[in-house]
Write a protein that binds this ligand. Sequence first.
Ligand SMILES: C[S@@+](CC[C@H](N)C(=O)[O-])C[C@H]1O[C@@H](n2cnc3c(N)ncnc32)[C@H](O)[C@@H]1O
Length: 312
Amino acid sequence: MAAGVQATNDDATSCKRYAVEKGYWDDPFVTCFSRSSSRRSPEISRGYYARVKAVETFCRQFVDLCNRKGRDSQIVSLGAGFDTLYWRLHAAGRRPSRFVEVDCPPVVRRKVVACQRKKLLSDVIDLDGHVTVSGCGLYSKCYSVVGGDLSDIVDVGKKLMECGLVADVPTFVLAECVLVYLETSQTRRILTWAAETFSTALFLSYEPVNVFDQFGHVMVENLRLRSCALLGADDCESLDRQMSRFRDCGWKRVNAVDMWDVYNMLPADDVQRVERLEFLDEVELLQQLLQHYCISYAVNDLLGMGLGDIRI
Ligand SMILES: C[S@@+](CC[C@H](N)C(=O)[O-])C[C@H]1O[C@@H](n2cnc3c(N)ncnc32)[C@H](O)[C@@H]1O
């Protein structure tokens, strides 16, 4: 995988750290993964705020629903990078039964080192009792992180299942800003693998969208210049295209919303708080930026859990 793609993880971590320091949301764990942050525009911080809040809202509802129904719950994060979701869910009293992450081996090795050295992280993992670090991964009863290349989902799928995932337990599969770096055929194999493996599941993907209009074109070019090709750009043409690929891969109930709409669906009092943090010159620019990212989500619900009712 290109170094530029791996570097997107450091960039995302640094943006998240900056926004956390500014007060956009709480995340005491992000400092364990980045030494410093550099200044970002308010548009970028508000964009990350919407992204983090949206993903967390979905995950919390998922865990709550499983708890209410007396079921175990699993979260699988593909291309997790240095995301701190596992620790944030634990802090919020919403830890799932199993939480498994995968990213490429160099990123995972760095994450494992942080998990071993930072007490804030290891304390939560150690709650599980037995923790093993072997090869390129860390394994415990609830939290595991493994190294693998998502372009080979057969291999990655095997590694994930070896972490103790169970096929008929309700499962949340998260791909936050990851699939766009894979070829469309590879993403299709991942979506099909997830649909065929987990019969009761919600798959949530955060991605660019509308990449073929003028603004989108500039976005893609900027990334390409940083050695970061968006191999999956074709599927980021529109919300319809995002949804149809889920349907093509065996997902029954599908939805997609651009991040401007997501931003406007977040709790109004918190959005007002966030909007007071930093002065934003041009709301139009924020709107334009957020209309070029989306979340799409798909549900298969064999157990009839009501996963389709989870929303922003
Ligand atoms: C933009 S970062 C997002 C990280 C995290 N999901 C977040 O939202 O903060 C993209 C991540 O996808 C990972 N990734 C991209 N292609 C991959 C592949 N073929 N196999 C494994 N990981 C991959 C990168 O290493 C990187 O950590």
